[in-house]
Design a protein. Structure first.
Length: 384
């Protein structure tokens, strides 16, 4: 590491919809846009869920290519259903395909650190970030920032040049209140303060002018209502279904032998839900080719919920997971620092580009991705 190398700090605020900075008071986000890059919208990958998208951000691969095809999916080779609440599965390196950016960096001699980024708790390809933590959502946000700053103040031979940092808000409140609600304003304004603290501490570092700060998210949020609910078993027979994983708004179905057509034909007559057989999923979703994909994809229509019985009153507030063409699923991308233009507005782009952006900032030789760097080349102030 040389005294002139640049750093990258990449922060995710889970479920930060593309327009929250317009709906709520966010002076720090606005200052970042003036002093750097703001994308109009970053387009998440399908399904617009937390684990698939954070791991897409880390690898530049669509969920179909990186293995985390939903927040839960049936994977007999991992010993059953992968679930984000199952610590053993989350920490199993065999769950994760592709090469996350911290592995690319570590392989090329650059130290990395992760404060809760999806995938970093597993030794993917035998490699953890140099510094990483087991997920614990109760750690106060400001304490996470303090740790990141401590990492940036380590002696040069121990200091990471790439730091990833995760916060589970505003997603959590977005589920409770829906995206447009006075309580959401309070949460987003607090996140703006967290960002202000991080940004101020970075500016105070001796080499703060060599830190590129990237702030983004995994997906947006849409309002749901018990009035827009489809009970799948009102329309299909339980014996047509071998396994069903996921939930609302995306479920993955292993059909009983020969029952794929019965499921799709029956559900496609129903308002609020769409069903596709594996080979008929629209190409724009880049979905269904993973060896982990079963037979049928079920997707609720925008703002609708699907389930297999139970109390529909749980479908209040907000959710995500829908079609990534649905604008309310779109999310944020901000960046500032020595390698970014100032006041640049980046047109919409897919989140498979983020791995390549970070690889470029750190001058890494990238692994193969689903991205096309030409889509985002306008955001840089420095030549490739
Ligand atoms: P969801 O809204 O269901 O897509 O998932 C968001 C939730 O994922 C957050 O509220 C976090 O609690 C949880 N989460 C994020 N990262 C991790 C992790 N590394 N391990 C376990 N849970 C996580
Ligand atoms: Zn999320
Ligand atoms: Zn969520």
């Amino acid at each position: 590491m040389s005294a002139h190398d640049n750093y990258v700090v990449m922060v995710s605020f889970d479920g930060f919809r593309w327009d929250y900075a317009d709906l709520y008071d966010t002076p720090t986000f606005d200052a970042m846009a003036r002093n750097g890059v703001r994308a109009i919208r970053m387009i998440p990958s399908f399904p617009t869920q937390t684990f698939p998208n954070h791991y897409t951000l880390a690898t530049g691969l669509y969920p179909d290519h990186h293995g985390i095809i939903n927040n839960s999916f049936y994977a007999p080779e991992l010993g059953g259903v992968y679930r984000i609440s199952d610590r053993r599965k989350v920490q199993d390196p065999d769950a994760y395909f592709g090469e996350p950016i911290w592995v690319t960096a570590e392989k090329q001699g650059i130290r990395t650190a992760s404060y809760f980024w999806v995938g970093s708790e597993a030794p993917v390809r035998g490699t953890h970030p140099t510094y990483w933590k087991t997920y614990d959502g109760s750690i106060p946000y400001m304490e996470r920032v303090d740790t990141v700053i401590r990492w940036l103040k380590l002696p040069m031979d121990k200091r990471p040049r790439l730091i990833l940092l995760y916060f589970d808000e505003p997603d959590h409140s977005g589920h409770d209140y829906g995206p447009v609600h006075p309580e959401m304003g309070k949460v987003v304004e607090y996140l703006d303060e967290v960002l202000a603290y991080l940004r101020g501490e970075i500016a105070d570092l001796e080499y703060g002018d060599r830190v590129n700060l990237v702030v983004l998210s995994d997906h947006g949020m849409a309002s749901v209502s018990p009035q827009r609910y489809v009970n799948l078993y009102d329309h299909i027979k339980p014996r047509w279904v071998e396994h069903i994983t996921g939930g609302s708004p995306v479920s993955l179905v292993d059909a009983a032998a020969g029952c794929e057509d019965s499921i799709t034909v029956s559900l496609n007559k129903v308002e609020g839900v769409m069903a596709w057989k594996k080979n008929e999923i629209p190409a724009r979703l880049h979905y269904g080719s993973s060896p982990r994909f079963p037979d049928v994809l079920l997707m609720a229509d925008s703002g609708w919920s699907i389930g297999t019985g139970g109390d529909p009153s749980v479908y209040t507030g907000g959710t995500h997971g829908y079609d990534n063409a649905f604008t309310q699923m779109h999310t944020i991308f901000y960046a500032e620092g020595p390698d970014f233009r100032k006041g640049y507005v980046q047109p919409d782009f897919p989140n498979v580009e983020v791995y390549g952006i970070v690889a470029r900032l750190l001058e890494l030789k990238p692994a193969r991705t689903d991205g096309d760097p030409a889509r985002v080349s306008g955001m840089f102030s420095t030549p490739d």
